[in-house]
Design a protein around this ligand. Structure first.
Ligand SMILES: Nc1ncnc2c1ncn2[C@@H]1O[C@H](COP(=O)(O)OP(=O)(O)OP(=O)(O)O)[C@@H](O)[C@H]1O
Ligand SMILES: [Mg+2]
Length: 290
């Protein structure tokens, strides 16, 4: 993790209104084929005796917001870890745009177009907000260290474009005025949104958000969900882990429910709400726990 730090939870209000009129779309995303973007196919992941995922299958369609829900310990974060190369499945496959991810490393998967945020915020705390976003932008640059050292024109062009895009993303997320502040000095809500800006800077096709509204008050949560919908409207596909059932119902197109590592339901929000297995899984569970 080196410089990356897990930030403490310090809920505070939004300091600046996101400007969702800023165009943050990217061309590659606009021309993606319809249908299944990502497929999780019969994935099992064991940690010693624990099956964190047990024969889980679901898919994410291009352009949708898919909700991934379930009680504590259900396997939601583990699913993200399997999709982003942190862990290899014990058995089963994850396919992205038809290609198995296999044993690809994390940075390769980022380059393919899957970006994520973390349940516990991870930012470079001694870098500014802008620098944190630029780190994300670096992930998809085609020029390497040699052209950077030689200051070749293509590298300089990519650098300038990266800077413009970083500012656009900050503006979109309501962080432009924070650009030069150190990440560790930002209010908690700004840190959460900065993590999303950094993920978007990698030009993802699929944006995976692990409880992005954890620690927010109800009004902040609603605002963040609106922002996530605006991100989708710009052409991104979103996978959203969220503990709060009511919140997830209002923002997602479809929902997949996990419990004890197994998929127990999948369907439209209204179907999930009335599903007896889902109701039983959530009975007695504090929806605000994270
Ligand atoms: N690295 C690991 N080593 C051992 N067990 C793990 C590891 N990561 C996760 N687990 C176990 O796998 C199961 C699923 O955990 P996971 O973090 O995916 O749940 P979750 O649905 O994200 O829960 P939460 O809502 O609390 O974030 C849990 O039993 C957890 O203890
Ligand atoms: Mg989790």
């Amino acid at each position: 993790m080196s410089e990356e730090q897990t930030m403490s939870q310090r809920p505070e209000g939004l300091s600046e209104t996101p400007d969702t009129s800023v165009d943050i779309s990217v061309e590659e995303v606009a021309h993606l084929p319809e249908g299944k973007m990502l497929e999780v196919d019969d994935v099992t992941l064991r940690f010693g005796g624990v099956k964190a995922l047990d024969g889980v299958s679901f898919h994410i369609n291009t352009g949708e917001i898919l909700g991934l829900i379930g009680p504590n310990g259900a396997g939601k974060t583990t699913c993200f870890n399997v999709m982003t190369g942190v862990y290899q499945p014990t058995s089963g496959d994850v396919r992205f745009l038809g290609e198995p991810l296999g044993r690809q490393k994390r940075f390769k998967i980022t380059k393919l177009g899957i970006a994520r945020t973390f349940q516990n915020i991870r930012l470079f705390h001694n870098m500014t907000a802008l620098e944190n976003v630029l780190v994300g932008a670096d992930a998809h640059h085609s020029t390497g260290i040699v052209s950077a050292l030689l200051r070749l024109p293509k590298h300089r062009r990519e650098e300038a474009e990266g800077l413009d895009r970083a500012h656009e993303l900050l503006k979109f997320m309501g962080l432009e005025r924070r650009a030069d502040e150190l990440a560790r000095n930002l209010p908690y809500g700004d840190q959460r949104r900065l993590e999303i800006a950094r993920a978007l800077a990698t030009n993802p096709k699929l944006l995976c958000l692990d409880e992005p509204a954890a620690g927010f008050n109800p009004a902040e949560k609603v605002k963040l969900m609106e922002l996530i919908q605006s991100i989708r409207e710009q052409g991104y596909t979103v996978l959203l882990i969220e503990h709060d059932m009511r919140l997830v119902m209002g923002v997602t197109d479809r929902i997949v429910v996990l419990e004890f590592g197994k998929k127990i339901a999948e369907g439209l929000p209204a179907e999930i709400r009335d599903n007896p297995a889902v109701i039983a899984a959530y009975l007695g569970v504090d929806e605000n726990a994270s």
